[in-house]
Ligand binder design. Sequence first.
Ligand code: FES
Length: 151
Amino acid sequence: MSKEEKTMPRRKFLQIGIGGLGAAIGLSYVGLAGDFLLPAAASAQLLQEVGKISDFPVGVPKLMIYKGSGVEEGMYVTNLGDEGWLALDFHCTHLQCAVNFEPALQQYMCPCHGGVYDLKGNVLSGPPPKPLIRRVVKVQGDSVFLGGRLT
Ligand code: FES
């Protein structure tokens, strides 16, 4: 076997390895960009049944707790009667504390810095810079389904 016969396969192996590594890195960036650009649109399609209409009395937000990507997530789902349905992420838009609903006031209160939101998640007072995040909520038949972020 000549010296050239021995070195060619090694060179070819390195070329293929470097090319494969470059392709893998490139694909991971495409994947990251896709996750970054499309989370709302993609997750909006992933509807999950959370109960029956009768489980949601009109005007009473119901807290739904679930495990997200390793952390506890939560949504308040409200049947607004003639105004439709509303699903609000329970994280305050200031520094992400979990808000609590106060039935007597019909308001969401943040225990961390005093942020206050109305029943529809609009900021009434305190430091939150924007309304609570809305999520997809749909009713099909007598079942209620939730999906990803809308805002
Ligand atoms: Fe809610 Fe600061 S985290 S007001």
